[in-house]
Design a protein around this ligand. Structure first.
Ligand SMILES: NC(=O)c1ccc[n+]([C@@H]2O[C@H](COP(=O)([O-])OP(=O)(O)OC[C@H]3O[C@@H](n4cnc5c(N)ncnc54)[C@H](OP(=O)(O)O)[C@@H]3O)[C@@H](O)[C@H]2O)c1
Length: 282
């Protein structure tokens, strides 16, 4: 029975991946931060699915999860690791506290490397695969989301290096690049934007407030009307099981169109497209 570890399975894309891979007969180790989220997942999955408590910023929880999984899979190793956990910080760069920036990199980038390091020996022994959930935001920057763009662009670069480094060792690395997906993200983005609007100093609110609120509304609206998380789970399943896994999977509403524009347009023209799409224009 092929075993796979997924981070961030309490909701959205991670939850859809856990349930889809479970339904395919895999032994899923589903990363959650709260035990009650693991129990909720178990109530709708097979008894193969095992919740593991993993906060990707907490070395102790990663180590404990690794020990638990290693003890159960033994010499069979791991067929896959899906690095999906992620958060979004909507804040103008001018007023972004550096500790918040560092925290975002920790969750969306450094934490994934920490998890990869922990599980790599098990992946190597099974010639398993790594699937990193990035974003179209890992290829195309968006105003007022600089720290998300930095983390996801970093994840794209890290994934390219890992693919080259680990391919010869038998571990394939794929990147998933979702567009607009109807997960818990839209509601969290609205909530966090309201919070940042309150936290901004007066001149920050005057300069950026209206556009920050407008951008969050647009992204939330698009994501709410976007593709279901199952669409991403399908791409993850392909990356884990296909005989010819792809390097990149742009998937879900808007992803392929935006990345095609990114490829064919000049940077200046692309800026106009993003400015128009986000409503952030001079
Ligand atoms: N939705 C979209 O339109 C979209 C588009 C592009 C890319 N993505 C990417 O897809 C991935 C999944 O996002 P989603 O849309 O499914 O959002 P979501 O429903 O908010 O799920 C995010 C998951 O990450 C977990 N998480 C957050 N911080 C964590 C930490 N420190 N350690 C471990 N887990 C943590 C959350 O757990 P808690 O419940 O404990 O907070 C939750 O399970 C993210 O990497 C996101 O950037 C999403």
């Amino acid at each position: 029975m092929r075993a796979v570890v997924i981070t961030g399975t309490s909701s959205g894309i991670g939850r859809a991946c856990a349930l889809a891979l479970d339904a395919m007969g895999m032994r899923v180790y589903a990363g959650v931060r709260r035990p009650q989220d693991g129990a909720a997942l178990c109530s709708v999955a097979s008894d193969r699915l095992t919740p593991i408590v993993v906060d990707v910023t907490d070395a102790e929880s990663i180590g404990a999860a690794r020990d638990l999984v290693a003890g159960q899979v033994g010499g069979e190793g791991l067929a896959g690791l899906v690095n999906n956990a992620g958060t979004t910080v909507p804040c103008p760069a001018e007023h972004l506290p550096l500790d918040v920036f560092r925290r975002q990199l920790e969750v969306n980038l450094t934490g994934h490397l920490a998890v990869i390091q922990a599980f790599l020996p098990m992946l190597r022994s099974a010639h398993g695969r790594i699937v990193n959930v990035s974003s179209v935001g890992g290829r195309v920057g968006t105003p007022l989301m600089g720290c998300y763009a930095a983390a996801k662009h970093g994840l794209e670069g890290l994934s390219d290096s890992l693919r080259l480094e680990l391919g010869p060792l038998g571990v394939h690395v794929s990147v998933i690049e979702p567009g607009f997906i109807a997960s818990s993200m839209p509601a969290k983005l609205k909530r966090d934007t309201d919070d940042w609007l309150r936290r901004l100093p007066g001149d920050g609110r005057d300069t950026y407030g209206r556009q920050l609120a407008a951008m969050a509304t647009r992204i939330s609206r698009e994501a709410t009307a976007g593709s279901p998380p199952d669409v991403v789970a399908g791409a993850v399943a392909h990356a884990l099981t296909s005989r010819r896994p792809r390097v990149r999977y742009p998937v879900g509403a808007g992803a392929k169109r935006l990345l095609l524009l990114h490829r064919v347009l000049t940077d200046r023209l692309m800026d106009r497209v993003i400015g128009h799409a986000t409503g952030y224009q001079g």
